[in-house]
Each structure stands twice: as C-alpha cells, then as structure tokens.
Design a binder for this molecule. Sequence first.
Ligand code: HAM
Length: 457
Amino acid sequence: MSRKKKFTKKIELKKAETKEVLQPKPKSAKETPQLVRGMKDILPAEQPYFEFIRNTLENFAKDYNYEKIDPPILEDTALFVRGTGKYTDIVEKEMFSFLDQGGDNLSLRPEFTPSIARAYINHGMLNLPQPIKLYSTGPVFRHERPQAGRLRQFHQFNYDILGDSHSVLDAEMILMANKIFEKLGLAVSMQINSIGCSSCRDSYKVKLTDYYRSMRSKLCENCKSRLARNALRLLDCKEESCLALRSGAPQILDHLDEDCKNHFTRTLEYLDETNVAYNLNPYLVRGLDYYNRTVFEVWPEEGTSGAQDALAAGGRYDKLVEILGGRPTPAIGFAAGIERVISRLRSLNIVPPAKERGEIFLAQLGESARRKSLILFNDLINQGFGVSASFSKDSIKAQLEVANRLGVKITLIFGQKELLEGTIIVRDMDAGVQEIVDQKKLVGFLKRKLGKEQALT
Ligand code: HAM
C-alpha cells in the first residue's frame, strides 16, 4: 500500500474510532471514571516544584531578552506532519489526532517548535528586527508507552531564536541551557554534535546504510526496518546488539562540508570561551526531522541511559520556516521537560525553596462577626496584606490550629464583643501576646507591626 493510501486509511480508522468513543461502553453508574493511561493529576504537593522550575526558567528568559508566546494546544495535524516530519516516531505513532465535528484533522501538539515557526510566518515576524527570541511553556501530548520519565501528557519549557544563523547563538543557547540547570541545583552533562546540512547528511547516510547493511542480521527488528528509511536513527537505538555495532560506524563529523564544519568549529570555540564543559557525542542525532547543524541534549550527570533521560534537548532548525511555507529563516532552540526535571530533583532530595511565611490569619467567632469578617478579609487583601481565613469553621480552637499550621505572623480574632465595640484582637503568634486595636486604626497598626509602612502606601 502506498504511503498516501496508508495515511488516508489511518484517518479512516481514526474516524471509526471517534464514532466508537462517542458511544462509550455502558459502565456502572457508580464506577468512578479513571485517569486516562499516561496522564497524571498534578496535586497541590507537586505544585511548588512546577512553580520553582517555571519561575527559574522564566527569569532566565527575561534576563536573556526572550518574549513570551502561547500557541494553541490544538493545531492542524498537517503542521506536524510537515514540520516534525512524516517519518518520525512522533508523527507515525505518537500523535493524539482526531477529526473534529467539522471534519478537520486536528492534533494535540506533540511539541511546540512547528507552532512557533507557524506563528512566526502567520504574524509576519520576519518584518520585525531580527532575531526574534521567544519562550513558551505548557502541556505537550505524545502517545508513547508510559514508563518512568515518559508520560503521555507532560510539560515543556521552550526557548527559540528565529532569524539569525550566527554560530554564537548556538553557543549562547547551550550556555543558557547549562546555566539553567546550575541554577536549579542539578549537575548535568552537555551532549553536543553537528548533523550538518541535508547534503552532508545524504552522503553520510549512504555510508552509514552500507555499514549497517553488511551486518543487518545482527540488528534489532526495529532497526532492520529503520535501515531502509533513515539509517541515522540506528545511532540512538538502545538495544545491546545495536549498541555493540555502533562503535564501528562512520561518524557524521567526518562527513561535514566546509560550511557546516566551520559553523560547528566556531560554535565550539565560543563555548570554549565559557566555562561550560561539554561532551562531543558523535551518536547524537535527535528524532525530529527539522534539525540541522548543531544538536544538543542535557543529560543528568550520573545514572543516565541516554536520550530517554534527557532533561532538555534541542538544536538548529534552519529550514523549518521554509518547509512550512515561509521565507528562509534560520532558527535554533531547545525545550526542557518539566516532569523529568522534577523527578531528577526529587531523586536527589532537592526541595523547592520554602514559600514566604503567611502574614495574617483572620479568625471569627459568631455569625454576625463571620459576615463582617468577609468584608474585612477583602479590605486587608486590597491593602496588600497576605491574608488567609477558614470562614466555615465555628470553633476558635480549630481556626487557631489552621493559623498555626500556616505559620502566620499575626492572627486577628474578631468576635461578637469586638464587633459591638468596633475593635479587633491582634495576636502576635511569635511572642504569644495579644492586644485590642481600634478597627479604624487596624491597617496602620498592621503595617507598622509587619514593617510594611513604605511598601503599602
Ligand atoms: P524533544 O527531545 O522531543 O524535543 O523533547 C524535549 C524534552 O521534552 C526532552 O528532553 C524531555 O525532557 C521532554 N520529554 C520528551 N518526551 C517526553 C515524555 N514522553 N514524557 C516526559 N518528558 C518528555 C522537542 O520537543 C523539540 N521541539 C525541542 C526544541 C525546541 N527544539 C527546538 N526548539
């Protein structure tokens, strides 16, 4: 069957599957629907990790003058077929694609890069001063076999520079990737390679195919079929039998043309000016079709089995904008996988920095005080104080327990008596002493007590 027919067949199958989904098998009304395989809830306990990583990465983006872009999660399937590459694992096996009610073939994004290139073209960014530096973050979907470090919904943080081919940018990206992990407290190993341009790659692929063909019988089944389509992919196979053959394989660095060689040499020279240690990895080829010249991955320093553990990865993609119908626009970028970074932090017992201590807890006693305390709560927030409360609790003891658990500096106690007298009890939680304050003077009193006179005027 031709590839085109195969693809149409796949879509027809999807159509049938969609119909099936619309008529779910009857289940007991009492049965709780389960999480979809490969997806996970990010519970409150894990949120500080996400916050820590996103904040750190966003600060870097701002320091390095990147601007934020939020492409949609749902895109035309053709964007990834053309952009990511028709014969990549992502497009062949891993996309969540479906036909919508209007018959459009859509996909949940399996990566950001084609969307970034599409947005660059759609919004005429070519006419702005180049290069354009963009960062983006959000969920990504790949229908992979779920295992440690491989989710079907995960989150990426991407940095991309479009509109400049200078090799100093390759070095800047690699340097930034390295510094990010230093800031997060993770020791990493920078893996770098050049895969040249399509013409260097074509002649290299012939040599590589010849080499592997001579030992075809020793290859794993997957690689036997990859051999006919893209011999480069054999270099990142993790099967013992294929790894053993890899060391004798020809290396791409020996097959770069003059321009690609110069670009890579200059990138390494710029990097050598920094203190970033890197490992030249001739087997690093990346699984996405658009890459050319410099490619890199960030691996955790120890206990890594390679690509599967990459914390971040990227490279140059000088042809992608053109492939998607734009004017020739060189580009480079990388993405960090947030869940992988979290699991590495956790395995090393690195915890995100503690949140700032809460300032005020507002406790109330009695129905009328509860009603008034809602307004007081809102007023204090408007004045810029960090306030929490447990309005549904009646007992003062239970409320003070919450205040203690939150570790606030001050608890305000507002009861029937205070309501009638226009006062409020201010309890200093560290000193364990309390005083009665006139409600009209409360804001000024709290500002003085919390040392916020300047900040909150
Ligand atoms: P990628 O290597 O496919 O590159 O993914 C980047 C990072 O996303 C990986 O290094 C890993 O940390 C994380 N990741 C990938 N797949 C999974 C998964 N199934 N579960 C958890 N984490 C995962 C790209 O996506 C390129 N678009 C990066 C890029 C940006 N190139 C240029 N600009």
